[in-house]
Design a binder for this molecule. Structure first.
Ligand SMILES: [Zn+2]
Length: 568
């Protein structure tokens, strides 16, 4: 029966649920045993690949042209009339597979995700989740509606973030306090959302038979290979080695500016008033130059990027009518990655394309897996694939290597990038530590005054170089602007862990690029078939939470910074 499914997604573009339904029914009516499980899974996958391909193509079509009304109508129709059934049916099939006990060894590891989602699923939680997403919408609405008066005009508060980069210190200070005055007006409204949110999250956990929401989030995020305690060990390592490095970085800027002290409105300053770094003029230049970089990193990866070029799988230029943002997605039936972004000629575009390129190579590496479940890569490792590419490109950025920049600009690009790594780690740790406290001290955290005190203490721990005298209350209340806490609870540590992995891959490549790349590609090809520590190990790295590993990574970053600074 499954050989009658369309082999081209366009033939299923306008299918309604009645056309999909018989295939699901056949799968659901099969008694799964060890004898037929492989065949049954293959049929599931044939169906899954087509459904995913249709859904992804429909979504991409609305992104590449937001004025395409046909594409918009098709996507809406699919999301309303087909997708809810499809989701529900696939989860029934998952349940069936787990209950059969016949799952082949090849998907034992990814099967842990299904088992976890079954463990936390209860009907009672559906209504709670709906309410939570309403609260998230309310929170976003509050954020989006904020305007301030600036230079005689009513402007969205987000525009003042640009002013915080101004070389004019007084202007930055004024922007900082203008923003905070406006933010204070929303405190009560945010508090109300928060109080209901944390209670709802606790209730989700209770309904699933768990003690607290942290346990729930761990299962929900498929964190089978590391514990909450290890996550906290990671934050302590940040405090021990990344915070001092961040302080050294800030001290350098402070000294250069001849400031006595460093305030919150100084941290994003662009002191020399330099314009953002330009990288290229035409989009073809971005593509060709990046292609040559990938080619030099690894010829096979270069060839894969060549396939993307040849087959129209890169939509990179910023143009009218295109949706914002950047991402890599995968066409499951065609077995091809696709990169979408909005490039405008700035150096940051290179980072985005290298990053999404790393994700795309992951797609190629897992192209021919036997079962689609084997392609479920945990984001703690998927981001290693992407972030490592950003660093592996370093030796090929200069014009003499076919790259984008003269020596001085290449140095500036690399310095920016490494500084951002050092800055990111404390931000991640702050958010991680705060949430661990919230969901294991709910009685205290329900009271937003306690949250202010906790956030203040965390700020002092991770941002000791910022003088907060006289505006302590603005700092204490600033957790209310952290969207992760409201919309993406417990999400973020993935990037910290992966950055540490990426730096280790980069360190290996500095020793021997061919060996490092071989390990990297071998790890990518494993998909999600082995555990997280095994994926890192295969890539020649260690999934690490300890200060020693982080210290070595930070030391490499700092040594490299010095090297690039002297070549500037
Ligand atoms: Zn990514």
């Amino acid at each position: 029966m499954f050989d009658t499914l369309p082999t081209h997604y366009q033939d299923a573009f306008d299918w309604d649920w009645e056309q999909w339904h018989p295939y699901f029914e056949t799968l659901n009516n099969t008694v799964v045993t060890e004898d037929n499980v492989v065949r049954w899974l293959q049929d599931c996958d044939t169906l899954k690949r087509l459904v995913y391909e249709v859904r992804t193509r429909l979504y991409v079509a609305t992104n590449v042209d937001t004025t395409d009304d046909d594409a918009d109508a098709r996507l809406k129709n699919f999301m309303r009339k087909v997708n809810p059934h499809v989701q529900q049916q696939f989860s029934m099939l998952d349940k069936k597979l787990v209950a059969s006990g016949a799952a082949p060894d090849a998907i034992k590891v990814p099967l842990r995700n299904i088992e976890a989602s079954l463990k936390i699923f209860t009907d009672d939680n559906l209504a709670l989740q709906t309410r939570l997403s309403e609260l998230q919408t309310a929170y976003n609405k509050l954020s989006g509606a904020r305007t301030v008066e600036w230079e005689g005009e009513d402007v969205p508060i987000a525009q003042l973030r640009k002013v915080l980069q101004s070389p004019d210190r007084d202007l930055r200070k004024k922007a900082f306090f203008t923003m905070n005055e406006r933010l204070r007006q929303d405190r009560e409204a945010v508090n109300t959302i928060w109080e209901e949110m944390v209670d709802l999250r606790q209730q989700l956990a209770t309904n699933a038979g768990l003690d607290n929401y942290r346990q729930y989030a761990w299962l929900n995020k498929n964190r089978h290979d590391y514990s909450p305690e290890e996550a906290l060990e990671f934050t302590e390592a940040v405090a021990e080695v990344a915070v001092p490095a961040d302080t050294r970085r800030m001290e350098k800027i402070r000294t250069a500016l001849a400031y006595d002290t460093f305030y919150a409105w100084d941290t994003n300053a662009n002191p020399d008033g330099a314009e953002p770094l330009k990288a290229y003029d035409e989009i073809e230049e971005l593509i060709e130059t990046t292609a040559s970089i990938f080619q030099q990193i690894d010829p096979d990866l270069g060839a894969q990027f060549g396939i993307m070029q040849a087959e129209g799988l890169l939509d990179l230029d910023n143009r009218k009518g295109k949706a914002p943002g950047g991402y890599m997605t995968y066409f499951a039936q065609a077995e091809r990655p696709f990169i979408f972004m909005n490039a405008t000629g700035l150096a940051g575009d290179i980072t985005v394309l290298l990053h999404e390129g790393g994700h795309a190579f992951h797609g190629f590496a897992t192209q021919h897996v036997e079962f689609t479940a084997q392609r479920d890569v945990p984001s703690e490792f998927a981001e290693v694939a992407a972030m490592a590419m950003e660093l592996l490109a370093f030796p090929y950025l200069t014009k003499d290597k076919g790259g984008f920049f003269d020596d001085a600009d290449a140095a500036r690009y690399k310095i920016d990038h490494l500084n951002r790594i050092i800055r990111l780690l404390p931000s991640i740790a702050m958010i991680v530590e705060f949430q661990h406290w919230v969901y294991t001290h709910l009685d205290a955290a329900r009271n937003t005054e306690n949250c202010d005190n906790k956030w203040f203490a965390i700020h002092q721990k991770y941002r000791p170089h910022i003088d907060i005298t006289g505006y302590e209350d603005d700092i204490a209340g600033s957790w209310r602007q952290v969207i992760h806490l409201f919309s993406y609870p417990f999400y973020y540590i993935e990037y910290g862990l992966a950055q540490l992995g990426a730096i280790q891959v980069w360190a290996n490549a500095k020793e021997n690029q061919a060996t490092a790349l071989a390990a990297y590609r071998e790890a990518l090809a494993l998909g999600g078939t082995v555990t997280l520590p095994e994926l890192y190990a295969a890539a020649g790295a260690k999934l690490a939470f300890d200060a020693e590993t982080m210290g070595a990574a930070i030391a490499l970053v700092e040594v490299s910074l010095k090297e690039f600074e002297t070549s500037q």
